[in-house]
Structures are given as structure tokens and as C-alpha cells.
Design a protein around this ligand. Sequence first.
Ligand code: F6R
Length: 352
Amino acid sequence: MTILDDPSRLRAADPSGMLGTVLAFPSQLAEAWAQAIARPIPRPAEPLAHVVTIGMGGSAIAADLAGAYLAQELRVPLITIRDARIPPYVGPGSVVIATSYSGETEETLAAAGAAIASGAHVLAITSGGRLADLVPGTVLRVPGGLQPRAALAYLLGATLAVFAQWGLAGSCAADVDEAAAVLGALAAETAPSIPAPRNPAKRLAESLCGRIPAVYAGGATLAPVARRWKTQFNENGKTLATWDVFPELTHNEAVGWGASPDLAGRLAAVILLAGDEDARALRRIRVARTSGLEGAVAGVHEVSGRGAGRLARMLSLVLLGDLTSVYLAYLRGIDPTPVVAIDRIKQGMRDP
Ligand code: F6R
């Protein structure tokens, strides 16, 4: 029997309970949204020029996902920054959302400080830390005690509430409800009690084990979803992974598939589809598969989002990727929770 179907070995492999936290994504999303939408978030008086989000890693991806989900209806530009510096256009008229789960991330604190000094309207989304003290305006607090990447649903729910309350996009309420329901059903199908032959997350983890996952978004909307898969493979599965986006990757990445067979043979491609790609986009993916990808890499897997709305489709893929990364950690005999390399670098930067 595979370790993935052995409950006692799974419990031992995951002493901090990462799998349980991932499976709670649907309820966390519903809870975060309900709380954030119920509490009025003061809006600046002056007209908004743009929204700039700052953050790193598991905190930054919440803004990326919100931006991709709302892309077709955003009434102002949304720019995501993963850096300690902010562009010179940030100032009065800018709204800056500084997201750091810990509230202690060096780059986010520096960028938030610069944004405050620039006269921008700055909000924080955090579980606490120095960021909560730094930001004079609204602080949307999320529950503490998690790994930042495991708090995505809380961070995303709070981010969406800002856009919805301020009328910067339509109401997200129905989409959040649908996403929570679709994700709940998916969590039930991919839970540890469902044996590998019937469990899509376990099966995918088995296919990817020993390979470098190359996660390809079927279109721009899924770019942050592919990035999330990649970072979850890094942080939970403790493995290298890459990500890219159709159609852009057919103009560059595709050249590398056939030209370096020794390297490409170590990859296993995962193509993420939202389910609403048009015929031309699907044809491009098929052509890329048959004209180069399939002959070069160790395997090609396609997974599709579920649900009717864009948010459900995106987040069902996020959940599937998160679960796959945890099952991959189990297969590799690795505790999914600790991220020693990240902690070591953060500590190294704090040392005198
Ligand atoms: C760890 C994780 C990291 C952190 C990043 C920034 O679970 O996901 O990518 O998100 O190091 O830390 P925070 O999110 O606390 O600002």
C-alpha cells in the first residue's frame, strides 16, 4: 500500500497538520470573506488613481489571485509589487495594500514605510507583527498561528472585501459562495481517506514524484495559479519547480523542450485549464503538446478548474495544487510545514 493510503503514516509524516489546514481552505475563505465584508473599510476621500499591492511569497499571491479574478471588471489599475522599493508614481491618490501574514517581512515593511511617507492611503492585511503597528490606517487582521502560505484563504478574502466594499469591482459575494461550495466538494474528493486510485491529488503527486514539475497556466487568468503551484511544490514538497503561461510560453519556453533533452526529460508538465479557454487557445495548447512538449518531458498532465464562476475555477485549481504538494511531501518522506531555508535567510538578514 502507498504511504498516501496509510492514515497512521500520514499523521506521522505531517506533525504540524499542513494537510488539515489545506483541506480547511473552503471554510477559511467563507469565514474570511464574511468577516471582512461585514466590517466597513474606510475609503480615502480623493479619487483613486490605482491600487498597488505589496508583499512577498505566500502573502503576495493573494493580491495576484484577486487581480486575475477581477481583471475583466477592475475600475482602476492594480499593480503587484514584490520588492522593498515602490515606484515613484506612488503617492497621494494611490491606495497601497501591504500584505504580510507575519507582519515581519523586511521587504514589505520597507515598502509600506515608503508608501506611508509618500502620502498614499495605506492599508495592511496581516496577523499582527510590526506591520500592524506601522500602518496608521486600516489593519485587516487575519487569524495567526499558520504558515503564511497556509493562510491564503484568509488573505484573499480580506483583499477581495476591499475591492468589493469600495466599488472597484462588482460584488464578489456570489462568486465567493460558489467557490467555497465547489472547493468543499473537491476537498471531500481529495481527502486522505480517499484511496489513491480515486484521488486526483494523490495520483498527480505520484506522477510528479522524482520529476521537476513545470506548471503551465492555460491562459493569463491562471498565471498566479501556476505560480502558486510552483511555490507550493517548493515550500510544501521541498522540490524545484517552474511555471509559465500560455500563449507566452509558445514564444520562448517551447524552444528549450527539444533542444535540451537531458534537462527536459527531468520535467513533468502540468497544464492548468480554467475550462473557459476559447477554441484558438485550446488549439495552441494541443499544437504545443504534440509538436514538442510530449516528446521532450517525462509526462504531461492536464487538470481543469471546476465550477461556473472564474473564482471557483481558479481556486479549485489552487486547492488541487496545494493538496498535490502536500501529498508529494509525504511521498518524499518530508514534513510539509517547515521552510528552513526561508527562515535561515530571514535570520541571516537580521544578524548584525
Ligand atoms: C511561508 C511562505 C513565505 C512567506 C514569505 C513572506 O509559509 O509562504 O513565502 O509568505 O516569506 O512572509 P509573510 O507572508 O509573513 O510576509
